[in-house]
Design a binder for this molecule. Structure first.
Ligand SMILES: [Fe+2]
Ligand SMILES: [Fe+2]
Length: 375
């Protein structure tokens, strides 16, 4: 394969590969393995992916979204195997009754919602790649990075994973971000955490082994962690789609991002409601992990009570304009890289190889370079 790619050495222009000092040969070899389309295509035209009849920018944005959806599917699949409903729509795993019961403390429909969210992500992934292929554009395949271990708890499949749900640092600031009326991350504002101790250290969101199933308050802490992580992931998708939609060109591509994005918001809204039911407790196996009463100071009250899940109107575009109820953030500049950094910072990729980060970085940079109508 290296021989067939020798020509690449002179024409390589994959920014991140060059920037990070990888040799052209290793970069090209890596890239070929990652993309589902044929290596011969690479050999003929160099290391950049093919866009087919799409603009380079549209194809790059869709490829980044395809990668994000593959990663989302992988993590949701792990949740579904242990805490969802295993069926022909979302096959794999056999369920873990103790974890499923702990999740059900947040809502009796949790297993169903986990199943449905998983199925949705799978369809996002498959659709975006199929659309890319239908336009003659290269698609994304991350199979070679399915190397991370599965949970050893009863109910999980023993297969390689792309994502790690056992060492999460969960940013729960969306809880306050959507509830305050005078701040917006697009204006540089920062937000208090709902569960400050989840945002430091590393916490499992699924049982790692059957030892994690006891005592009751320990598996409940794990289920609570999952309950907040669901919201954290889906608010990310809720922002990512409108952020990138601002730079797509083709009406069909715009329609895709405008039609998938709001389903992420539907997920987020559901999880935002359920997280409010996470019972207050201290993890008996990790006393640093404390789930507070979300209806008591510093939260609770008129601004933060748990049932106030509708977004509060806030500043948008200009402080001189009237407050507006919106998704936040939606700034388009650097949105793909921002999403990658957000997923990385939560520990989702702990254990992944440098080549994995290289590829994801490259896809994000390509998406962020896309300019409406120009690239
Ligand atoms: Fe999705
Ligand atoms: Fe999602």
């Amino acid at each position: 394969m290296k021989d067939s790619l020798n020509g690449v050495k002179t024409s390589i222009n994959r920014r991140s590969f060059v920037k990070n000092g990888l040799t052209a040969a290793s970069a090209a070899t890596m890239g070929v393995g990652l993309l589902a389309s044929s290596s011969s295509a690479f050999a003929k035209k160099g290391p950049e992916e093919h866009s087919g009849s799409l603009t380079r920018g549209d194809a790059a944005i869709l490829r980044f979204l395809a990668a994000a959806e593959i990663l989302e599917t992988d993590l949701w699949q792990q949740y579904n195997e242990l805490g969802g409903i295993q069926d022909s729509e979302v096959p794999g795993g056999s369920g873990n009754s103790v974890y499923t019961a702990a999740l059900a403390v947040l809502d009796s429909d949790m297993a169903q919602y986990i199943h449905d969210n998983t199925e949705d992500e799978l369809t996002h992934e498959v659709f975006i790649n199929a659309f890319l292929a239908s336009k003659g554009a290269d698609t994304v395949n991350l199979d070679q990075f399915r190397t991370l271990p599965s949970s050893k708890a009863s109910g999980a499949q023993q297969i390689g994973r792309l994502t790690n749900l056992m060492q999460l640092t969960v940013d729960t600031s969306w809880w306050t971000r959507y509830r305050v009326g005078n701040k917006n991350p697009d204006f540089g504002d920062t937000f208090d955490q709902a569960v400050p101790t989840l945002n430091v250290g590393q916490h499992p969101a699924i049982p790692r082994t059957d030892d994690d199933l006891t005592p009751n308050e320990h598996i409940q802490a794990i289920a609570n962690t999952a309950g907040f992580h669901f919201g954290t992931i889906e608010q990310g998708g809720t922002s990512l789609y409108p952020s990138l939609a601002q730079r797509v060109t083709h009406p069909d591509v715009l329609r895709i991002v405008l039609s998938i994005g709001p389903t992420e918001a539907m997920h987020f809204q559901t999880w935002s409601d359920k997280a409010g039911n996470a019972p207050p407790l201290t993890d008996p196996k990790d006393s640093t992990l404390v789930f507070p009463d979300l209806n008591s100071p510093p939260l609770g009250g008129e601004e933060f009570q748990t049932n106030l899940i509708m977004p509060e109107p806030t500043i948008f575009l200009s402080r001189s304009l009237p407050a507006c109820s919106i998704v936040r953030p939606t700034a388009t500049n650097g949105a793909a890289m921002g999403a990658l950094k957000f997923l990385t910072a939560m520990g989702l990729f702990i254990g992944q190889s440098p080549a994995f980060f290289q590829l994801l970085t490259d896809l994000a940079e390509d998406a962020d370079t896309a300019k409406n109508g120009h690239a």
